[in-house]
Design a binder for this molecule. Structure first.
Ligand code: SF4
Ligand code: SF4
Length: 316
């Protein structure tokens, strides 16, 4: 006789593995999020990210047939703010330690294995961590974990926006599911919109083709001059629209060893360090920077050095 899973047991497993919060909701995407996503694609705000054009994102039941429940896990990764330096390139906070995809994949594997053992059933869940076409943020909001910010990120009720999501779809019915409606919580604040150096944000919408993170992580093309010259000194990613968010003032810094700069490449790099890494490329293994590779990072570093980067007044 299959045994039911209780939410408390799931929370216990998740916290023991290092997650900071968990939400349980129905495996459906709210219509409002479906419409916003489809509009975003039609407006071509995803640029070269062809993998974003997958309507399965709106249909969890297609990603994992029979899915009834979505469980969303939160890891918070807030790090010390790194000031800019004209001779160096800053690494976005999420990328300073281990690659969260790998960290989460291992945790999800353990949770699914536990679920199978606990219930005596197999093939009952499929995990994801930015690795499958599914709207993780919409599910997180629906699960009551937080709200959408105008910077398009999840504002977690306790940890703010410096959070990474992963989750799983399961065919199990789990009691205590939450189905919260989207509630805007930014009020009249527009700090992220005003601070974005490339005007990539409008309320609750990101034009990825203007975003530094997109150009410094995802895009394979040369960064357009009008975007590149507004880079205040990032070599990988960008944290500006999170650094200015008032919801990020109170949350504590992450103590998770996996996301600590000491477990990765650090917070800031200069050209000589990159040349050293070129001789020891294994230093990038298991970090998000591997995606760009040392040549890509050197290329961006040279661009930073070529232009006398504008360091914001408050950081001089
Ligand atoms: S990550 Fe940077 S460039 Fe992208 S929207 Fe936020 S502030 Fe703008
Ligand atoms: S900076 Fe202000 S507008 Fe932007 S997400 Fe935070 S609270 Fe919302």
């Amino acid at each position: 006789m299959p045994k039911d899973l209780l939410p408390e047991e799931i929370f216990q497993q998740a916290f023991a593995l290092g997650y900071d919060d968990v939400g349980i909701t129905t495996a459906t995407i709210p219509e409002e999020d479906v419409e916003a996503y489809r509009r975003w694609i039609l407006e071509n705000h995803h640029g070269e990210l062809g993998y974003m054009e997958n309507d399965m994102r709106c249909h969890p039941e297609q990603l994992f047939p029979g899915a009834k429940t979505a469980i969303i896990f939160v890891s918070h990764y807030k790090q010390e703010k790194q000031n800019f330096d004209p001779q160096k390139g800053v690494i976005a906070s999420y990328a300073r330690g281990r690659d969260y995809h790998n960290v989460h994949r291992k945790r999800l594997k353990k949770i699914i294995h536990w679920m199978e053992e606990r219930t005596g059933q197999i093939n009952i869940a499929r995990g994801f961590s930015d690795s499958a076409p599914i709207m993780e943020r919409a599910l997180a909001v629906q699960a009551g974990l937080g709200w959408f910010g105008k910077n398009t990120l999840l504002i977690h009720r306790k940890f703010g926006t410096f959070t990474l999501l992963s989750g799983l779809l399961t065919t199990l019915e789990i009691p205590g599911k939450v189905t919260k409606e989207r509630m805007p919580r930014c009020g009249s604040c527009t700090r992220c919109l005003d601070a974005c150096p490339t005007q990539a944000l409008s309320p609750f919408k990101l034009d990825a083709t203007k975003c530094l993170s997109y150009h410094l992580i995802e895009s394979k093309k040369e960064i357009p001059k009008d975007i590149g010259e507004k880079n205040p000194g990032y070599i990988f990613g960008c944290d500006i629209c999170q650094d200015v968010c008032p919801h990020n003032v109170r949350p504590p810094q992450s103590q998770a060893p996996d996301f600590s700069p000491s477990r990765g490449i650090g917070s800031i790099l200069d050209l000589s360090q990159l040349e050293e890494i070129e001789n020891h490329p294994e230093e990038l293994f298991g970090t998000p920077l591997q995606r760009r590779g040392v040549q890509g990072l050197k290329h961006t570093m040279k661009k930073i050095l070529e232009k006398d980067v504008m360091i914001p007044e408050n950081e001089k």
